[in-house]
Design a protein around this ligand. Structure first.
Ligand SMILES: [Zn+2]
Length: 400
């Protein structure tokens, strides 16, 4: 996808960014649309100064405002300044979204994927979806992208180095691939950690100090949000809960170790155990539905899985001391049937200081694809490095 922005989004010489214009745009990018008076406070300048600066940006076409009186009017950044793009690769879908630089998601589209689709196929799908979305809004210039992939990835280089545990993505570099497609810098994240950030934004209005999100799916991945920020580890390898051993003499794992948690609570393992109760090809959804209908065998199986998960999470609590644990993925739809045994294990086994006040909940049922994309946009908008590159990209487009 070799993209060039179309003429309607060209900027004239008058749009040259002065330092005051840059500061105003940077504030709106990081904090979102705001009233002119609030912008003056954020910039610590007089209302007269902010009026002059914003009038220039309004004349440039990079800002727009509602019909309020001058200081009460709300300001936002238009697509003429550029847009940012989010890609979220999940087990059964690829979701792309486009947002204004100040975080207003303007378009979103998704495609169904098979769990075993290769990474290259997912990125090609994402590229086509982005092309369609951008065409709908007149092909504005893309200034940055955020890409979340459902595998372990080196967030610094974009490399997939996970070996057998990441075989569907082996040989692909999502960062360089999407930077080439977008013609813009791309930040990389693991999908489960992005879901953790989205849950953090939903949970208690983002007030959790140390939130752990556990995604129960094909593999078990954990995201930690500490004081509002994703904990990636040195290279992006943090959170591989599925490969934490709960039995050193246990079942062999594809990673080469024994007794990894995913060998006991992974979706495929749970489906196989559910099939022994419900018949061949039973899914996790079937298991949860039967348990909710009162099947004692299904409830017992979910409780057993909850106990194993709780056992693993005791170690997590001792290492990381969270105040909230959120369980997501298909199995988490079992709600308290799964969560109660997790809570019991944590209450019985964790040290008192770690267990006291700890909340364990299911993922927010209302969390939407837009919320997840917004978490990716939030990462770009709250990173001074990315904001600086966005401003440079705008300056580079000013006609000379
Ligand atoms: Zn393993």
């Amino acid at each position: 996808m070799a993209r060039r922005h179309s003429r309607p989004y060209a900027l004239t010489r008058g749009a040259m960014l002065s330092s005051s214009k840059e500061r105003a745009l940077a504030t709106l990018i990081s904090q979102g649309p705001m009233h002119r008076a609030d912008l003056a406070r954020a910039l610590e300048v007089s209302r007269t100064t902010v009026t002059n600066v914003t009038q220039e940006l309004l004349a440039d076409g990079m800002l727009d405002s509602d019909q309020g009186t001058a200081l009460r009017s709300k300001l936002w950044i238009t697509h003429a300044a550029g847009v940012i793009v989010s890609v979220v690769c999940r087990l059964r879908s690829t979701v792309v979204a486009v947002s204004s630089l100040d975080g207003r998601t303007t378009a979103l589209r998704s495609a169904t994927q098979e769990p075993y689709d290769l990474g290259g196929h997912r990125l090609t799908t994402a590229t086509h979806l982005i092309e369609e979305l951008l065409a709908q809004i007149g092909n504005p210039p893309v200034l940055a992208g955020h890409v979340a992939v459902n595998t372990q990835i080196d967030v610094l280089t974009g490399e997939i180095v996970g070996g057998r545990a990441s075989k569907r993505w082996t040989g692909f570099n999502p960062r360089t691939t999407m930077e080439g497609a977008l013609g813009a810098p791309v930040a990389i994240e693991n999908t489960s950690r992005l879901l953790a950030l989205a849950e953090h934004h939903m949970h208690s209005n983002g007030q959790a100090h140390n939130l752990i999100y556990v995604h129960l799916s094909h593999g078990i991945t954990m995201g930690q949000i500490l004081h509002g920020t994703i904990v990636q580890g040195s290279h992006g390898g943090a959170g591989e809960l599925g490969h934490m051993s709960i039995d050193l003499e246990g079942l062999p794992c594809e990673c080469g170790n024994r007794g990894c948690l995913m060998q006991y609570v992974d979706e495929q393992v749970v489906s196989t155990r559910a099939s022994a109760i419900l018949g061949a090809d039973a899914t996790v959804d079937d298991l949860v539905a039967s348990a909710n209908d009162g099947s004692r065998a299904c409830r017992s199986l979910i409780a057993d899985i909850g106990g194993l998960l709780g056992k693993a999470l005791v170690g997590v609590c001792h290492l990381l001391d969270p105040d909230v644990i959120v369980l997501g993925g298909e199995l988490a739809r079992a709600g308290d049937l799964l969560i109660d045994p997790v809570r019991q294990n944590l209450h019985q086994r964790a040290l008192p200081l770690n267990a006291r006040g700890l909340s364990v909940t299911a993922a927010s049922a209302s969390l939407s694809e837009t919320d997840v994309a917004s978490a990716g946009f939030h990462i770009l908008r709250s990173d001074p490095h990315h904001v600086s590159r966005m401003l440079h990209a705008i300056s580079d487009r000013v006609e000379t």
